[in-house]
Design a protein around this ligand. Structure first.
Ligand SMILES: [Zn+2]
Length: 276
């Protein structure tokens, strides 16, 4: 098969053979021109895992790595991202005291960091609830996020964060305390006003402007791969589809594609993005 003229990287996608289309969704991405993807672990509950120890999170991570291996077999380059979904705190706190819930999430992140050290994953994922929560729950979540920043700094890897919409200005100071460069803290579902590294949804209206300004950003589908929520997000083809549209309309050159989908990805995550 002829290699595509430029790389196309999805910075945040889930592939879930249990609850969604699985490999068929990955093939859609591939056929639309996708070349590389950051495969993010799903929340534990979506795999029917209800953690009470760090080892329980290993089941979720091992599943992500199994899926990654299958997706590689169709010719895609897969970079696994492992972590604990910030909304887990609400679910765990129903079963245990809040402090214990936060400790368990930190332990889960510690387990994920082990996979990064072994070279099985390239980055961690954490954050804080994107919905309204009590001050106690927010404080506990910030503690978990701080722990994730420290772990990412120790592993010299990037951290994807899922948080409230908006810039997340306070995370800059947290990153400084943890000694991780803000360029390696990736705001998932970002708005362009964030001082963190923005991973923008593929259809974001600001893309043509950011490309003209030569700003660093990455593109994501945030495809959930859940048959029960088909309309919840845009599909697995969205990053290649919107990239190809921008190229066709003259708003993105092949050089811009290499800048966004290879150079920036390499700079943020410390991975190599090559074609063919
Ligand atoms: Zn996600």
């Amino acid at each position: 098969m002829k290699s595509p003229p430029y790389p196309v990287t999805d910075d945040h996608i889930h592939i879930d053979p249990r609850n969604g289309r699985g490999l068929e969704a990955a093939k859609d991405f591939f056929r639309a021109g996708g070349t590389h993807l950051f495969l993010v672990s799903k929340p534990s509950w979506s795999l029917d895992v209800y953690p009470s120890s760090a080892e329980d999170y290993a089941q979720v991570f091992d599943e992500t790595l199994r899926v990654a291996e299958h997706v590689r077999s169709i010719g895609l380059v897969v970079f696994p991202v492992l972590g604990v979904h910030p909304a887990e705190i609400s679910r765990l706190a129903e079963r245990m005291p809040l402090a214990q819930a936060a400790e368990l999430m930190k332990a889960g992140l510690g387990c994920a960091a082990g996979y990064v050290r072994e070279g099985k994953a390239v980055a961690l994922k954490s954050g804080r609830p994107h919905y309204e929560v009590s001050p106690e729950l927010l404080a506990a979540s910030n503690g978990v996020l701080m722990h994730a920043l420290v772990l990412a700094a120790e592993c010299s890897c990037a951290l994807q964060i899922h948080a409230e919409s908006g810039p997340c200005m306070d995370v800059v100071e947290m990153a400084g305390t943890a000694r991780i460069p803000v360029e390696r803290v990736v705001k998932h579902y970002a708005t362009p006003d964030t001082p963190l590294h923005p991973s923008l949804i593929a259809r974001h209206e600001a893309l043509p402007r950011l490309i003209r300004e030569h700003r660093r950003f990455t593109m994501e589908s945030d495809f959930m791969d859940e048959n029960s929520r088909p309309g919840a997000v845009i599909g697995p083809r969205s990053v290649p589809r919107f990239t190809n549209q921008l190229v066709a309309s003259g708003q993105m050159t092949a050089d811009d594609c290499f800048f966004v989908h290879a150079d920036t990805v390499a700079k943020v995550y410390g991975v190599t993005v090559q074609l063919g």
